[in-house]
Design a protein around this ligand. Sequence first.
Ligand code: NOJ
Length: 531
Amino acid sequence: MTARPWWQSSVLYQIYPWSFQDSDGDGIGDLRGIATRLDYLVDLGVHAIWLSPIFPSPMADFGYDVAEYCDIDRRFGTLADFDALLASAHARGLKLLLDFVPNHSSDQHPWFVESRSSRDSPKRDWYIWRDPAADGGPPNNWISDFGGPAWTYDARTEQYYSHAFLKEQPDLNWRNPELRAAMLDVLRFWFARGVDGFRIDVLWHIVKHADFPDNPINPGWDPAMGEMHRVFQLHSTDQPEVHDIAADMRAIADAFGREGDDRVLIGEIYLPVERLMRYYGLAGEGVHLPFNFQLIDAAWDARSLARMIAEYEAALPPGGWPNWVLGNHDRPRSATKRGPAQARVAAMLLLTLRGTPTLYYGDELGMTDGVIPPDRVRDPRELREPGLGLGRDPVRTPMPWDDSPHAGFTRGEPWLPLGGDWRERNVAAEADDPHSMLALHRALLSLRRAIPALAVGAIRLLEAEGDVLAYEREQDGERIVVALNLGHDAAPVALPAGQPILSTLRGPLPSSAPSVLRPDEGLILKVDASA
Ligand code: NOJ
C-alpha cells in the first residue's frame, strides 16, 4: 500500500510576494523577507506555501507576465536567495510551491521578441499569429479577460497575435511541439531544484480551438460585468487537447516524486463542476487538484452550501481528492464579503471540509479589502475597466505584522497602501489575543493536525435547515461534528452527545453538545463513542 501523499492532509498558504515582507526597503516584498517569516507560518500551522510568480517580469500584470521562466526577478532576489528560502522552508517541514504561467509569456520574453521579428522566425509559431479578417480587423471576436480585443496587430509582420489577457501577455502556442517541450523543461528545472509542486495559472485557457471560430455572444451581457463577458469563451478555452498537456505535466511531476516526497500540481480553473472534474484526468492522469473556487462566491445559506458540497463530492472521479478555496489574489476577501463574524464561520468551514484547503495570506487575520486612492491604483484590471469593482489591488495590500511604521512590512514606502485597520488588525496584536481571528486559525489548524478525522476523514452531511449547516467527519471510528450558524440569530440544532472542542465565539465553550447555536457561532464537537 502506498502512503497518502502529503498534500492530501495539508493546508496550503498562498503568499503574494509583492506584499508579504520586504527586507531591503524598496517597499516591495521579497524572498529574504519571506524567509524571515517562515516561523510565523510554522506557528500558524500550515504545511505548504504557494508563491505567486517570482520570475523576471516587466510586471505589467504583477509577475503573471514572465520574461524568463528559470530565474528570479531582482525585485524579489536571486536564485541563491530562492535556494536559501527553499532550504529554510524544508528545514522547517514546510513544502514550497511555485506558480507556473503557461498560457502566455511577457511580450519582453526573448521568445516573443524573436517570434515577432519576422514571419520566418524559427519561433514564429511559438505564439499564436493570424492574418487580419477581410476588413483588416482582428481574426475573430475573442475578448481579452481584461477587456478589449484578444488580438493585437503587429504592423511589422502584418499579422495579429492573440492574448487572453493584456497585449503585454502574448499567448503561447501549445500546439507547437518545440514550445511544448521548452515549457515542460521549465517544470523540470524547478523540480530538479527541489520545489514541491506548482499552481498552474489559467490551465483551462492554454489551448484554443484550432480553427479560431467566433465565440457565441452572451445575450445576458451587462457592461457592469466587464467586457470579457460579452461573449462565452466556448472556443478560446477548455479545449479537449488541454488534457494531454496536463497529462504531460503530471508525468513530469510523478517522475520527480518519491514516496513521502510527492510533487503536486494544482490547476487554476474557473469552470462549472462537471467540466472542472475532467482536469483530474479520466484515469487520474491530470492535475492532482483542480482548484475548486465555489466557496468564494457561494450563497451563504445552509441549503445551498449543503447542495454545493454534496454535488461537488458526488462529481469527484474515483480517487479524486477534493480541495477548497475561500480567497486569492484575484477575488474579494472573505471578511469583506461576509463581515467579521461570519468570516470566522467561513474559516471554520474552509478548514473542516473534506479536502485540501488553501488559505490566502492575511485572511487568517481577517484582513478586509483595502481602499486604494485613485492615484495609487496599480492593477491593470482596474486601470483598463475602472469603477466596475474588478480591480485586485484591494486584496493585495501589505501584510500587517505589527503597529510600527508601515506595519513592519517595509522600512520604505509600501508599493500599495496598508489596509485601513492595520493598527489594530496585525499579527502582533492578534497573537496576544486568545480570541482573535489568528488564534481561531491556529486552533483550527492545530485540530486538523491532531485529529485525522478532520484532516482526511469521510464527510457526511447532517443538517441543512434555516441557518444551520452541520456535518460529520469520521476516521477509524473517531467522529467529529461541525455545526455552523450562518446567521446572526440563535438557531436550534440537533447534535449527537459529545464534547465541544472549539467555537468561533469568545468566552467559555459549552460543557456539552448544545441544543442551540449562538448567533454567528461555529462549533466543533467530538462525538461521544457511545452516541
Ligand atoms: C490568473 C491570475 O491569478 C491572475 O492574477 C492573472 O492576472 C491572470 N491569470 C493572467 O495570468
